[in-house]
Design a protein around this ligand. Structure first.
Ligand code: NAP
Length: 496
């Protein structure tokens, strides 16, 4: 292929790849089209890499082949981590991407210096500063989430002043280099300060805010890649970087809103300190608990059930048992829906992904804004390993650290059943008044095995209580009228 034809093929590859990246983001915004979105992104990436490999500038493929092998060896195990470890895995991916951008920027600077046009020098500095701080910041975030580093915020007096001063110095150095690109000795200093800044930026932020920080770092990585696109004159990189930068930023905004936190509060507020606050008197107050058999009887007697999944369902990998429960109840004519909180679990869309994996129909998944109005008419809200996202203190207690965070109004349902292993707090480290309500029954145990026992009761059972319809009003159907449901419910639950 001659040079011009080759160049044309490359540009077509890049154009199609850019279009696929845009479509991928659009499709991934809905669970119904998300799989198509992932495929589009994958094909786009193959085309982008393929187009780059056709470049005439490549004189030797040996190093590229070695890099492909190395990337594959690292990438495959990274892709196989458990779902609950995806946030730290994502942070590591950002770190690698940002390191790559930084190294390309450094190489580019030394290849071009001393004659670097001002615009190129400006975007090159932006690329290296953002890339370097994203690299170390993402490593810190991954370390905190994996609990290799302490999750609590590491703070000291004057920290914000030190951090902002460091960033200011890096920007001043960048500005000087724009005017005097021959001052090569300043370039490593600028990159070094950005590396240190990345560490200092993330260590004062608590583990609780890491997922939001990661999506913000994702945004920085995207912007640095877009800057690299300007330096290398690659429209594909500019488009992909801009998409990454803006989507990461939008995601951070959505997550902070769902947690009722502002960006400044996350970046400078050391939120994770909240985690060490005590769960005052949690042990002292009485709660009502029930067995799987009793829980099954109540569920069988209900007309409407809303399942509220949370982080505990992910930990227990209980989504398939949830599906079995859904099937068993639906067969009995119970209407079952799922309440989705935007930050339930440990990453955006965590619950959607798990429930989709268990093949629960999408139209049964109801977003928080829509399901909240339904709770007062709901017979049973079954909470499966969720805690913070159901805490009514967020609505009622101005002194609560999560006051103002939008929550699922589970406490408004006629009966609440909560599957969890103990009275331990959730992510925010605070007590949940939901557990002490008269209408709440605690179902203590691992989500997967407890659900297994409930399903067993509903589908034959050991005692046959549920199957026989002991709580039924007419002796024919276990599904009963509202008053009978109340009676069935009151027969159950021991105070502990
Ligand atoms: P949560 O408040 O962390 O509570 C999870 C509950 O699951 C715990 O109380 C735990 O109680 C229970 N659990 C753990 N393992 C279990 C098992 N094997 N079986 C049964 N229960 C188990 O979770 P959440 O209600 O989903 O709320 C998410 C929290 O994460 C929020 O505070 C949110 O702000 C935060 N967050 C989320 C994101 C995101 O993107 N999704 C990002 C940043 C922060 P036991 O130990 O007693 O069992």
């Amino acid at each position: 292929m001659n040079f011009a034809a080759n160049e044309q093929v490359i540009q077509i590859f890049y154009l199609v790849a850019s279009a696929l990246f845009i479509l991928a983001l659009k499709w991934m915004s809905s669970p119904a089209t998300a799989e198509r979105g992932v495929r589009a992104g994958e094909i786009g990436m193959v085309l982008a890499i393929g187009g780059t490999l056709l470049n005439h500038g490549i004189v030797d493929y040996k190093w590229i082949a070695m890099a492909v092998v190395l990337g594959t060896v690292i990438g495959i195990p990274l892709g196989l981590v458990r779902m609950t470890a995806v946030p730290q895995r994502t942070a590591l991916s950002h770190a690698f991407g940002a390191l790559c951008v930084t190294l390309v920027g450094i190489a580019d600077f030394y290849l071009r210096t001393p004659k670097v046009p001002r615009f190129t020098m400006a975007v090159l500095s932006l690329e290296v500063i953002l890339g370097a701080l994203t690299f170390t910041g993402s490593l810190m975030a991954a370390g905190k989430l994996q609990e290799i580093l302490p999750q609590r915020p590491l703070t000291y007096t004057g920290q914000n002043v030190v951090n902002l001063s460091l960033l200011a110095v890096a920007i001043v150095l960048a500005a000087y280099l724009v005017v005097h690109p021959s001052a090569t000795y300043l370039f490593p200093l600028m990159a070094g300060i950005a590396l240190v800044f990345g560490v200092l930026l993330v260590i004062p932020i608590g583990g609780a805010d890491m997922p939001t920080v990661i999506s913000l770092l994702n945004s920085y990585a995207g912007l640095s890649a877009a800057a690299m696109g300007f330096v290398l004159d690659s429209k594909l990189l500019i488009i992909a970087g801009a998409l990454d930068g803006s989507s990461g930023f939008i995601l951070s905004v959505i997550m902070s809103k769902a947690m009722n936190r502002s960006f400044t509060n996350i970046l400078f507020g050391a939120f994770g300190k909240v985690q060490v606050t005590a769960t005052d008197g949690a042990q002292a107050k009485p709660v009502r608990s029930a067995t799987a058999e009793e829980a099954a009887a109540i569920l069988a007697a209900a007309n409407t059930v809303v399942v509220v999944p949370g982080y505990g369902m992910a930990v227990a990998q209980a989504q398939h048992k949830v599906r079995e429960l859904y099937d068993a109840l639906t067969r009995r004519g119970v209407e079952v829906r799922f309440a989705i909180h935007p930050v339930a679990g440990r990453m955006p869309g965590h619950m959607n992904v798990l429930l989709a994996e268990a093949n629960i129909p999408y139209d049964r998944l109801i977003e928080m804004e829509d399901i909240n109005a339904e709770f007062p008419q709901t017979d049973v809200a079954l909470v499966v390993g969720a805690n913070d996202v159901t805490n009514p203190a967020a609505r009622t207690d101005p002194a609560s650290p999560i006051y103002g965070m939008p929550i699922l109004d589970v406490d408004k349902a006629r009966t609440v059943m909560v599957i969890k292993r103990s009275m331990s707090p959730g992510f925010a480290g605070i007590d949940n008044p939901l557990y002490y309500l008269e209408k709440t029954l605690m179902l203590f145990g691992d989500a997967k095995s407890f659900l297994n026992d409930i399903v067993h009761e509903l589908t034959g059972g050991r005692s046959g209580v549920v199957a026989s319809g002991r709580f039924a009003s007419n002796g024919q159907s276990p599904r009963v009228a509202a008053t009978d449901f109340e009676r069935a419910k009151l027969e159950i639950g021991k105070v502990i």
